[in-house]
Design a protein around this ligand. Structure first.
Ligand code: MG
Ligand code: MG
Length: 271
Protein backbone atom coordinates (compact mmCIF):
# COMPACT_ATOMS: atom_id res chain seq x y z
CA UNK A 1 0.00 0.00 0.00
CA UNK A 2 2.75 2.40 0.99
CA UNK A 3 4.42 3.56 -2.21
CA UNK A 4 7.71 4.69 -0.74
CA UNK A 5 9.87 3.71 -3.74
CA UNK A 6 12.85 2.85 -1.55
CA UNK A 7 16.28 3.03 -3.20
CA UNK A 8 19.43 1.00 -2.68
CA UNK A 9 22.69 2.84 -1.99
CA UNK A 10 23.71 2.14 -5.60
CA UNK A 11 20.50 3.70 -6.87
CA UNK A 12 21.03 6.69 -4.60
CA UNK A 13 24.45 7.17 -6.21
CA UNK A 14 22.79 7.21 -9.64
CA UNK A 15 20.37 9.91 -8.50
CA UNK A 16 23.28 11.84 -7.01
CA UNK A 17 25.10 11.73 -10.36
CA UNK A 18 22.09 13.14 -12.20
CA UNK A 19 21.42 15.71 -9.47
CA UNK A 20 25.04 16.91 -9.61
CA UNK A 21 24.76 17.43 -13.36
CA UNK A 22 21.82 19.71 -12.60
CA UNK A 23 23.84 21.42 -9.86
CA UNK A 24 26.66 22.14 -12.31
CA UNK A 25 24.17 23.32 -14.93
CA UNK A 26 22.70 25.82 -12.45
CA UNK A 27 26.24 26.89 -11.52
CA UNK A 28 27.02 27.52 -15.18
CA UNK A 29 23.79 29.50 -15.57
CA UNK A 30 24.52 31.59 -12.47
CA UNK A 31 27.20 33.45 -14.44
CA UNK A 32 24.87 34.00 -17.40
CA UNK A 33 21.83 35.38 -15.55
CA UNK A 34 22.00 39.14 -16.12
CA UNK A 35 19.97 41.97 -17.59
CA UNK A 36 19.46 41.55 -21.34
CA UNK A 37 19.76 37.78 -21.58
CA UNK A 38 16.65 35.87 -22.63
CA UNK A 39 15.38 32.74 -20.97
CA UNK A 40 15.50 30.95 -24.35
CA UNK A 41 19.23 31.73 -24.59
CA UNK A 42 19.77 30.29 -21.12
CA UNK A 43 17.69 27.26 -22.05
CA UNK A 44 19.91 26.53 -25.06
CA UNK A 45 23.06 26.81 -22.92
CA UNK A 46 21.59 24.40 -20.38
CA UNK A 47 20.56 21.81 -22.95
CA UNK A 48 24.04 21.77 -24.49
CA UNK A 49 25.68 21.59 -21.05
CA UNK A 50 23.53 18.66 -19.91
CA UNK A 51 24.12 16.69 -23.12
CA UNK A 52 27.87 17.41 -22.92
CA UNK A 53 27.77 15.75 -19.49
CA UNK A 54 26.29 12.55 -20.91
CA UNK A 55 22.76 13.18 -19.67
CA UNK A 56 19.40 14.03 -21.22
CA UNK A 57 17.38 17.11 -20.21
CA UNK A 58 14.88 15.71 -17.73
CA UNK A 59 11.99 18.07 -18.47
CA UNK A 60 12.22 18.20 -22.27
CA UNK A 61 9.21 16.25 -23.52
CA UNK A 62 8.12 15.29 -19.99
CA UNK A 63 4.32 15.70 -20.05
CA UNK A 64 5.10 17.41 -23.42
CA UNK A 65 7.01 20.29 -21.78
CA UNK A 66 8.78 22.02 -24.72
CA UNK A 67 12.13 23.00 -23.17
CA UNK A 68 15.05 22.03 -20.94
CA UNK A 69 14.41 24.59 -18.20
CA UNK A 70 11.33 25.81 -16.40
CA UNK A 71 11.98 29.56 -16.24
CA UNK A 72 9.64 31.47 -13.96
CA UNK A 73 10.36 35.18 -13.51
CA UNK A 74 8.91 37.44 -10.82
CA UNK A 75 5.23 36.61 -10.20
CA UNK A 76 5.51 33.29 -12.03
CA UNK A 77 5.61 30.45 -9.51
CA UNK A 78 6.88 27.50 -11.55
CA UNK A 79 6.65 25.81 -14.97
CA UNK A 80 7.30 28.98 -16.98
CA UNK A 81 8.27 28.36 -20.61
CA UNK A 82 11.49 30.00 -21.85
CA UNK A 83 10.87 32.88 -24.27
CA UNK A 84 12.67 35.72 -26.04
CA UNK A 85 11.88 38.45 -23.52
CA UNK A 86 15.14 39.79 -22.04
CA UNK A 87 15.53 39.68 -18.27
CA UNK A 88 15.66 43.11 -16.64
CA UNK A 89 17.57 44.58 -13.74
CA UNK A 90 15.60 43.93 -10.56
CA UNK A 91 13.86 40.76 -11.83
CA UNK A 92 14.08 37.44 -10.11
CA UNK A 93 14.09 34.21 -12.10
CA UNK A 94 13.37 30.72 -10.78
CA UNK A 95 15.30 28.19 -12.84
CA UNK A 96 14.14 24.61 -12.40
CA UNK A 97 16.17 21.94 -14.16
CA UNK A 98 16.11 18.16 -14.54
CA UNK A 99 18.61 15.65 -15.90
CA UNK A 100 18.32 11.95 -16.70
CA UNK A 101 21.36 9.67 -16.68
CA UNK A 102 21.68 5.91 -16.11
CA UNK A 103 17.87 5.73 -15.87
CA UNK A 104 17.66 8.03 -12.84
CA UNK A 105 16.53 11.62 -12.59
CA UNK A 106 17.89 14.64 -10.76
CA UNK A 107 15.70 17.73 -10.31
CA UNK A 108 16.46 20.95 -8.57
CA UNK A 109 15.89 24.65 -8.66
CA UNK A 110 17.25 28.02 -7.56
CA UNK A 111 15.84 31.52 -7.75
CA UNK A 112 18.37 34.05 -9.03
CA UNK A 113 18.47 37.82 -8.71
CA UNK A 114 18.95 39.67 -12.00
CA UNK A 115 21.32 42.49 -11.11
CA UNK A 116 20.28 44.43 -8.01
CA UNK A 117 16.95 43.54 -6.43
CA UNK A 118 14.96 45.28 -3.72
CA UNK A 119 15.56 44.39 -0.04
CA UNK A 120 11.98 43.07 0.16
CA UNK A 121 12.58 40.60 -2.63
CA UNK A 122 16.01 39.69 -1.24
CA UNK A 123 14.25 38.73 1.96
CA UNK A 124 11.73 36.57 0.10
CA UNK A 125 14.62 34.68 -1.52
CA UNK A 126 16.48 34.27 1.77
CA UNK A 127 13.44 33.05 3.68
CA UNK A 128 12.43 30.62 0.92
CA UNK A 129 15.93 29.15 0.76
CA UNK A 130 16.14 28.92 4.54
CA UNK A 131 12.73 27.22 4.60
CA UNK A 132 14.10 24.56 2.26
CA UNK A 133 16.69 23.71 4.92
CA UNK A 134 14.00 23.79 7.62
CA UNK A 135 12.14 21.19 5.57
CA UNK A 136 15.22 19.06 4.91
CA UNK A 137 16.05 19.08 8.64
CA UNK A 138 12.63 17.51 9.30
CA UNK A 139 13.22 14.74 6.72
CA UNK A 140 14.57 12.21 9.20
CA UNK A 141 13.88 8.78 10.60
CA UNK A 142 10.47 8.38 12.26
CA UNK A 143 9.28 11.80 11.12
CA UNK A 144 6.44 11.96 8.62
CA UNK A 145 5.57 13.85 5.43
CA UNK A 146 3.52 16.35 7.44
CA UNK A 147 6.54 17.26 9.58
CA UNK A 148 8.44 18.57 6.54
CA UNK A 149 5.45 20.57 5.32
CA UNK A 150 4.82 21.90 8.81
CA UNK A 151 8.43 23.07 9.17
CA UNK A 152 8.37 24.93 5.85
CA UNK A 153 4.93 26.43 6.39
CA UNK A 154 5.55 27.64 9.92
CA UNK A 155 8.82 29.25 8.93
CA UNK A 156 7.47 31.06 5.86
CA UNK A 157 4.19 32.14 7.39
CA UNK A 158 6.06 33.66 10.33
CA UNK A 159 7.32 36.19 7.75
CA UNK A 160 3.81 36.74 6.40
CA UNK A 161 4.50 34.88 3.15
CA UNK A 162 2.08 32.62 1.29
CA UNK A 163 2.80 28.90 0.88
CA UNK A 164 1.55 27.55 -2.44
CA UNK A 165 -0.80 24.61 -1.87
CA UNK A 166 -1.49 23.22 -5.35
CA UNK A 167 2.15 22.41 -6.20
CA UNK A 168 4.24 20.06 -4.10
CA UNK A 169 7.55 18.24 -3.85
CA UNK A 170 7.80 14.55 -4.64
CA UNK A 171 9.72 11.32 -4.53
CA UNK A 172 12.29 10.97 -7.31
CA UNK A 173 14.11 8.07 -8.95
CA UNK A 174 13.51 6.22 -12.20
CA UNK A 175 10.45 8.44 -12.52
CA UNK A 176 10.67 12.22 -12.15
CA UNK A 177 7.61 12.49 -9.94
CA UNK A 178 7.13 9.52 -7.64
CA UNK A 179 5.22 8.97 -4.43
CA UNK A 180 5.20 10.36 -1.85
CA UNK A 181 3.95 13.86 -2.56
CA UNK A 182 5.81 16.33 -0.36
CA UNK A 183 3.59 19.36 0.34
CA UNK A 184 5.13 22.55 1.70
CA UNK A 185 2.36 22.78 4.29
CA UNK A 186 1.07 20.22 6.72
CA UNK A 187 0.48 18.97 10.21
CA UNK A 188 3.05 17.43 12.47
CA UNK A 189 2.97 13.65 12.75
CA UNK A 190 0.70 13.20 9.71
CA UNK A 191 1.31 11.30 6.50
CA UNK A 192 3.77 8.62 5.49
CA UNK A 193 6.62 7.82 7.85
CA UNK A 194 10.16 8.31 6.60
CA UNK A 195 12.48 5.32 6.33
CA UNK A 196 15.99 4.82 4.99
CA UNK A 197 16.18 4.61 1.21
CA UNK A 198 13.58 7.29 0.51
CA UNK A 199 14.71 9.96 -1.96
CA UNK A 200 12.63 13.10 -2.29
CA UNK A 201 12.63 16.49 -3.96
CA UNK A 202 11.81 19.13 -1.36
CA UNK A 203 10.83 22.37 -3.07
CA UNK A 204 9.15 25.26 -1.27
CA UNK A 205 7.27 27.62 -3.60
CA UNK A 206 6.73 30.74 -1.53
CA UNK A 207 4.81 33.89 -2.44
CA UNK A 208 5.42 37.37 -1.08
CA UNK A 209 1.66 37.86 -0.78
CA UNK A 210 -1.28 35.49 -1.08
CA UNK A 211 -0.68 31.75 -1.42
CA UNK A 212 -3.26 31.71 -4.19
CA UNK A 213 -2.18 31.10 -7.77
CA UNK A 214 -3.63 31.23 -11.26
CA UNK A 215 -3.06 29.01 -14.26
CA UNK A 216 -2.41 30.52 -17.66
CA UNK A 217 -3.91 29.55 -21.00
CA UNK A 218 -0.65 28.04 -22.26
CA UNK A 219 -1.37 25.14 -19.90
CA UNK A 220 1.97 25.56 -18.12
CA UNK A 221 2.62 28.99 -16.67
CA UNK A 222 1.45 29.55 -13.11
CA UNK A 223 1.55 32.98 -11.45
CA UNK A 224 0.57 34.40 -8.09
CA UNK A 225 -3.01 35.63 -7.96
CA UNK A 226 -1.91 39.08 -6.68
CA UNK A 227 1.04 39.32 -9.11
CA UNK A 228 3.50 39.71 -6.24
CA UNK A 229 6.80 37.83 -6.60
CA UNK A 230 7.25 34.13 -5.88
CA UNK A 231 10.43 32.22 -5.06
CA UNK A 232 11.35 28.54 -5.46
CA UNK A 233 14.30 26.49 -4.24
CA UNK A 234 14.63 22.71 -4.58
CA UNK A 235 17.04 20.02 -3.44
CA UNK A 236 17.11 16.24 -3.85
CA UNK A 237 17.59 14.49 -0.53
CA UNK A 238 18.11 10.84 0.45
CA UNK A 239 17.38 9.38 3.86
CA UNK A 240 20.55 7.49 4.85
CA UNK A 241 21.12 6.01 8.31
CA UNK A 242 18.16 7.96 9.58
CA UNK A 243 19.43 11.35 8.45
CA UNK A 244 18.88 13.61 5.43
CA UNK A 245 21.72 13.60 2.92
CA UNK A 246 21.83 16.17 0.14
CA UNK A 247 22.31 14.69 -3.34
CA UNK A 248 22.19 18.06 -5.08
CA UNK A 249 24.26 21.11 -4.12
CA UNK A 250 24.15 24.86 -4.59
CA UNK A 251 27.94 25.07 -4.20
CA UNK A 252 28.53 25.70 -7.92
CA UNK A 253 26.06 28.58 -7.81
CA UNK A 254 27.67 29.95 -4.67
CA UNK A 255 31.13 29.71 -6.27
CA UNK A 256 29.91 31.49 -9.40
CA UNK A 257 28.28 34.27 -7.38
CA UNK A 258 31.07 34.59 -4.81
CA UNK A 259 28.77 33.63 -1.93
CA UNK A 260 30.54 32.22 1.13
CA UNK A 261 28.27 29.88 3.08
CA UNK A 262 28.35 26.73 5.16
CA UNK A 263 24.63 26.10 4.76
CA UNK A 264 24.86 22.58 3.31
CA UNK A 265 27.39 21.27 5.80
CA UNK A 266 24.94 19.56 8.15
CA UNK A 267 23.42 17.57 5.28
CA UNK A 268 26.66 16.10 3.93
CA UNK A 269 27.16 12.37 3.47
CA UNK A 270 27.46 10.53 6.79
CA UNK A 271 29.49 7.67 5.33
MG1 MG B 1 12.19 20.88 -10.06
MG1 MG C 1 10.67 18.78 -8.41
Amino acid sequence: MQMLNLKTLEEIECIRESALIVSKTLGMLAKEVKPGVTTLELDALAETFIRDHGAIPGFLGLYDFPNTLCMSPNAQVVHGIPNDTPLQEGDIISIDCGALKNDFYGDHAYTFAVGEISPEIQNLLKVTKDSLYEGIRAFKKNNRVGDVGYAIQQYCESYGYGVVRELVGHGIGRVMHEEPEMPNYGRRGRGKKFVDGMVVAIEPMINMGTHRIKHHKDGWTITTKDNLPSAHFEHNVALVQGKPELLSTFKYIHQALGIETDEEHEFKSQV
